[in-house]
Design a protein around this ligand. Structure first.
Ligand SMILES: Cc1cc2nc3c(=O)[nH]c(=O)nc-3n(C[C@H](O)[C@H](O)[C@H](O)COP(=O)(O)OP(=O)(O)OC[C@H]3O[C@@H](n4cnc5c(N)ncnc54)[C@H](O)[C@@H]3O)c2cc1C
Length: 450
C-alpha cells in the first residue's frame, strides 16, 4: 500500500478502513460480493450465497491536491461527493460520469464517460494510480509502471479481479459558470464531422449530443466562463424544468458548473418519464432533492424485488434495452441508421471520446480514431423471446467495429464474449488476483447473473 504518512491522520484513517475490509476478506471463506449503498448495474443478479464484504465506509475523499492536479479518493466514494470536495478548489475530476451515485471505483472497473471525454478519454484514462484489494487480502498498488498488468486490466473487470480501495484521479481547473451552445443538425454526417473536428483539440471544454429523430440531432458545445454576462441568469433544471427538453428550445444557455456536471442526473437523462417523474404534479411532490438518479435506482431495485409490479402489468411484452456502446466515429452514422431500423429507441445520447492509450487489455480500442458512445435506455415492444433486441444490439456493434459496455444485459455465448474481451489477458490476471475464484468471473458476471 502507498506510504502517505506525511498527511497524518487522514491517511491513517484511510489505511485503517482498508485494513478492516482486507481482514474481513482474509478471515472469510468462499465466494464474495460487495455490499454498498448504491448500484448502477442494470443486469439481474442471482441471489447466490456469498459472503458480503461491507465496503460502505470506503467512501472518503482523502486529499485534493490542486497543485499536482490530482485527488486521492477511496473506491466507494460517489462522484457527487468527489465533485463537492474539488469544486471549492476550482477543480473538477477530468471526467465526471453523469449519475451522482456512480462511484469512482465502479467507474474505473465498469468504464465511465462524460462530455469531456473528447479531450481526455474514458474515466480510466484519467487515473494515475490505484490500490486494488485482491482475493487473498493483499492490496496491490497499480500504475503504468507498477503492477502494470493489473492497472491496464482493471477497467472492464467489474470487480471480478479485486476491489479498488484508493484511486488517484486527474483533476482539471474549472470556472464557476458554463456557457452552452446547442446546434441543431438534420444530417448526421455533418454532426459527426463537427464532433470529429473537436476531438482532442482546444476549443470548447465539453461536447456531447442527442439524437431525437433521423432528421433531428442536437450538438452541445460547452465553454467554462468566469462570470455570467450582464443581465443573464443561469438556468435551473433541477426541479420543474427538464434539461433535455431545453436542447431543442434554445440555442444558448448558462448553467453553474455544478448544475452542468449534474445536468443529466435530475431526469436520469430522460428516463424519469418511465416512473412518471416528468409530470409536473409528481415533480412538485418529489421536490428537488428526490429528483435524482439515487431515487430512481431505489425505485428500480424495489420493482425488481416485487416482480408483480404495476409496471409489468401495464407493459407486458416489452424488453428492457439499456446499453452504452462505443463505435468508431467513421461508422457512427451508419450504426445509428441500422439502430433506428432494427431497435428504434429514441432519444439516444451521443458522446465522443478519444483513446489516448491502447493498452487497456480487457477493453481494447483503436487509438487511431475517435469513438462515439451511444447511450440508449428504454423498453422496446417485443413479440420475441427475451434478449432478442439486446442480442441485436450486440450484432450491430460487431458489424460496425465497436465495443459494448457490460453494466447491463449481455447475451454473448462464451466464445464470442472472450473473442471481444481478451480471454488470455483475463485468465492471467484472474490467476494472479483470485486463483481460487472467490470473486465471480467476468463472463459469469456479465452474461450470467453472478
Ligand atoms: C442507465 C445507465 C446509464 C449510464 N450512463 C453512464 C454514463 O452516462 N456515463 C458513465 O460513465 N457511465 C454510465 N453508466 C455506467 C456506470 O458508470 C457503470 O455501470 C459503473 O460501473 C457504475 O458504477 P457504480 O459505482 O454504480 O458500481 P456498481 O453498479 O455498484 O457496480 C458495478 C460493478 O463494479 C463493481 N465494483 C463496484 N465498485 C467497485 C470497486 N471499488 N472496485 C472494483 N469493482 C467495483 C461491482 O462489483 C459491479 O460488478 C450508466 C449505467 C446505467 C445503468
Amino acid at each position: 500500500m502507498a506510504d502517505r504518512s506525511s498527511h497524518g491522520a487522514t491517511w491513517s484513517a484511510h489505511h485503517a478502513r482498508v485494513r478492516a475490509v482486507a481482514n474481513a476478506l482474509s478471515e472469510s471463506t468462499g465466494p464474495v460480493r460487495l455490499r454498498k449503498r448504491t448500484s448502477n448495474l442494470f443486469r439481474p443478479r442471482a441471489e447466490l450465497k456469498r459472503t458480503e464484504l461491507d465496503v460502505t465506509h470506503l467512501n472518503h475523499v482523502i486529499d485534493v491536491d490542486s497543485g499536482a492536479g490530482v485527488a486521492e479518493v477511496e473506491g466507494m466514494t460517489t462522484y457527487v461527493d468527489l465533485v463537492d470536495a474539488t469544486l471549492p478548489h476550482g477543480f473538477a475530476p477530468a471526467i465526471v460520469p453523469e449519475l451522482k451515485s456512480i462511484t469512482v471505483g465502479g467507474a474505473v472497473t465498469g468504464l465511465g464517460i462524460e462530455s469531456s471525454a473528447f479531450r481526455y478519454g474514458l474515466v480510466h484514462d484519467t487515473v494515475r494510480e490505484l490500490d486494488v484489494l485482491v482475493a487473498d487480502g493483499r492490496v496491490l498498488t497499480c500504475s503504468p509502471d507498477r503492477e502494470s498488468d493489473l492497472f491496464f486490466g482493471f477497467p472492464n473487470s467489474y470487480g471480478s479481479l479485486g476491489y479498488a480501495t484508493r484511486v488517484r484521479v486527474d483533476l482539471i481547473p474549472v470556472q464557476p459558470w458554463v456557457r452552452l451552445e446547442h446546434t441543431r443538425y438534420r444530417d448526421p454526417d455533418a454532426l459527426f464531422e463537427a464532433m470529429a473536428a473537436e476531438c482532442g483539440q482546444p476549443g470548447c471544454d465539453y461536447l456531447d449530443g442527442v439524437y431525437f429523430a433521423p432528421d433531428d440531432w442536437v450538438l452541445t458545445r460547452a465553454y467554462l466562463v468566469e462570470s455570467l454576462p450582464a443581465g443573464i441568469e443561469a438556468s435551473d433544471y433541477t426541479w420543474m424544468r427538464q434539461y433535455w427538453k431545453s436542447l431543442r428550445e434554445r440555442g444558448e444557455d448558462y448553467l453553474s458548473i455544478h448544475d452542468y456536471l449534474w445536468r443529466w442526473d435530475t431526469d436520469w437523462f430522460w428516463c424519469s418519464k418511465n416512473i412518471g417523474a416528468h409530470l409536473k404534479p409528481v415533480r412538485l411532490l418529489l421536490g428537488r432533492k428526490r429528483l435524482s438518479s439515487i431515487t430512481y435506482q431505489k425505485i428500480m431495485r424495489a420493482s425488481r424485488r416485487f416482480p408483480l409490479s404495476l409496471l409489468q402489468h401495464v407493459r407486458p411484452r416489452t424488453e428492457s434495452v439499456i446499453q452504452d456502446v462505443d463505435i468508431p466515429i467513421a461508422n457512427a452514422a451508419a450504426f445509428l441508421a441500422d439502430f433506428e431500423a432494427e431497435i428504434g429507441i429514441r432519444p439516444v445520447w451521443i458522446c465522443p471520446f478519444v483513446v489516448p492509450d491502447g493498452r487497456f487489455s480487457l477493453f481494447e480500442l483503436r487509438t487511431d480514431t475517435a469513438y462515439i458512445n451511444f447511450g440508449f435506455w428504454d423498453l422496446v415492444r417485443s413479440r420475441q423471446p427475451d434478449g432478442h433486441y439486446n442480442a441485436r444490439v450486440e450484432a450491430l456493434v460487431a458489424r460496425h467495429g465497436g465495443k459494448k459496455s457490460l453494466y447491463s444485459s449481455s447475451t454473448y455465448d462464451e466464445e464470442t464474449f472472450w473473442s471481444e474481451y481478451n480471454q488470455k489477458a483475463y485468465q492471467e490476471l484472474k490467476q494472479k488476483c483470485d486463483p481460487e475464484g472467490r470473486f465471480p468471473g467476468l463472463y459469469e458476471k456479465a452474461v450470467g447473473q453472478g
